[in-house]
Design a protein around this ligand. Structure first.
Ligand code: AMP
Length: 187
């Protein structure tokens, strides 16, 4: 089963992806985590990605598409994966469709985790203090929300047209949200 978690920064995608991974046994892959690790190791990919990440911008598709291709080719992804933080643009969504089709598989379900904007800002500001993420400054938080609206939110329509999208409220306790997510995935 291939599941995509869609949602703005601060919506709790990472937390819910990790819980869903524990409960389903499907691996969760986050392009954000992979990029942060590349930045820390100072690899060529990390050096290229850092300039965009620090500004709250998306890493260009030309750079990300190779990473997505590697992720979907992983042996542990053969039985399906939980995609956290990708696809993030229509070009990435088309690439995911094509790469999965090459493996005779497809996206099975897309969950959009919905959280009002004031709450997103509140959560990301709190996370900046706890985790010290450099892209959680007030300016980059605003920038990342704008980028989400402009470049990633169109995926809601993309997957809705294909009958794959279910919206889930991302408000409430983590456990409650996890139950909503599981209910959708189990259907
Ligand atoms: P995340 O942890 O998913 O919020 O990602 C943190 C940052 O990494 C984003 O603000 C982007 O700069 C970059 N990033 C992560 N995933 C992608 C992606 N699929 N496409 C482009 N940029 C990405």
């Amino acid at each position: 089963m291939n599941i995509i978690l869609l949602g703005p920064p601060g919506s709790g995608k990472g937390t819910q992806g990790a819980l869903l991974s524990q409960r389903t046994g499907l691996p969760r892959v986050s392009t954000g985590d992979l990029l942060r690790s590349a930045v820390q190791r100072d690899t060529p990919l990390g050096r290229e990605a850092k300039q965009y990440m620090d500004q709250g911008l998306l890493v260009p598709d030309a750079v990300i598409l190779g990473l997505i291709e590697e992720v979907l080719a992983l042996p542990e992804a053969a039985n399906g994966i939980i995609m956290d933080g990708f696809p993030r643009t229509v070009a990435q969504a088309e690439a995911v469709d094509r790469l999965l089709a090459e493996r005779q598989t497809a996206v099975d379900r897309v969950l959009s985790i919905d959280v009002p904007e004031e709450e997103l800002v509140r959560r990301m500001t709190g996370r900046a203090r706890v985790e010290g993420r450099v892209d959680d400054t007030p300016e980059t938080i605003r920038q990342r929300l704008v980028v989400y609206e402009e470049q990633t939110a169109p995926l809601v329509a993309y997957y809705n047209e294909r009958g794959l999208l279910t919206g889930v409220s991302g408000m409430g306790r983590i456990e409650e949200i996890a139950e909503r997510v599981e209910e959708v995935v189990g259907r």
